[in-house]
Structures are given as structure tokens and as C-alpha cells.
Design a protein around this ligand. Structure first.
Ligand code: ZN
Length: 173
């Protein structure tokens, strides 16, 4: 069934799409470009810095990111692969557009390299030890069905218990 990009919306936990392992895209088609463009629009509407395809209900290995919010910094990552994580890690507070009102202190490698294909079908590689490195890791987790709920320390799980319950209740209708 063809995707209707205009109808895509950000889905919230516990939507089942957030727990699927997404599949690689076989080709960068016009449809893929339209979905990427819609995802960037949705991300900017809520002032996010990253959004993964499972967060709009699509089991595709693709995410968009923009660490600064400047239009020129929009970037599309298709079939991304992370390599060379630094042995140094650091904790930082993260939120998620699919987990409103929930934050947790997530420890991740400080520096990482990413290989991906852009929306023109061109492969590229980037390395970062800044906010981008954290965004890539957070968004790449979404492609494997992993949420910050799975990575946050126990103290944050306790602090977020009611917010998680509220989302589960909202999904029940
Ligand atoms: Zn997220």
C-alpha cells in the first residue's frame, strides 16, 4: 500500500511500530524522499532535533536529524550504520518525540561514526563528538525498536512511572 506522506503523524508509546526492528530500504525512491521531507516538517513543527521512520509508523531504516534547528542543517540518513564508538561515554538528559513528558539520563559513547545514504542516493560518512553523535545514537536505536525507557537508569524509570502509565492509559482510549 503506498504511503501518504501528508497523513503521516508522530506516534506515541506504546504504539507497536516503536518496538519493531525496521527493515533496510532497497532504493531511494520519490516516495522515500517525500516521506523524509514530511518527517523533517514534523520534526521542526515540534522543535525536535531528530525523528526516525518508526516514529511515524513506518518500519524503514531511515531517520532525519538537525542538531541546530537551522534549515541548512537538515540531514536525512537512510540505512545508517554506526561504527567506532569511543570508549569514553557520558550521560546526558534525553527526551523523545514519541514519549511526551518523559526524560532520562542516558549514557552513550561520546564520539561515533555514521555511514548512511542521503535522499539523493549518495553515500556519506560523518564523525561527531557533539550533540549530533547523541542524536544519531538515539535515532538509530529507534530503528532497532529501542527506546530511552530501555536505557535510562532505575531512578529515572521510577520518576517517569506515572507518565508512562498515562501514555499506556491514553492508548487504551
Ligand atoms: Zn526518540
Amino acid at each position: 500500500m503506498p504511503v501518504k506522506p501528508d497523513q503521516l503523524r508522530i506516534v506515541h508509546y506504546p504504539h507497536p511500530a516503536l518496538r519493531e526492528v525496521a527493515k533496510p530500504l532497497k532504493a531511494v525512491t520519490g516516495e522515500v524522499r517525500q516521506v523524509a521531507s514530511r518527517m523533517l516538517q514534523l520534526m521542526h513543527e515540534v522543535r525536535g532535533v531528530g525523528l526516525a521512520a518508526p516514529q511515524v509508523g513506518l518500519p524503514w531504516r531511515m531517520f532525519v536529524a538537525n542538531p541546530t534547528g537551522e534549515p541548512g542543517d537538515d540531514r536525512v540518513f537512510i540505512n545508517p550504520k554506526l561504527t567506532n564508538p569511543s570508549p569514553q561515554t557520558h550521560p546526558h538528559e534525553e527526551g523523545c518525540l514519541s514519549l511526551p513528558h518523559i526524560t532520562g539520563e542516558i549514557t552513550r559513547p561520546t564520539q561515533i561514526t555514521i555511514d548512511a545514504t542521503d535522499e539523493q542516493g549518495q553515500p556519506f560518512q560523518l564523525t561527531s563528538d557533539q550533540l549530533a553523535a547523541r542524536i544519531w545514537q538515539h535515532e538509530n536505536d529507534h530503528l532497532d525498536g529501542i527506546l530511552i525507557l530501555d536505557r535510562m537508569p532505575a531512578i529515572d524509570k521510577v520518576a517517569n512511572r506515572q507518565a508512562v502509565q498515562d501514555l499506556e492509559d491514553a492508548a487504551q482510549g
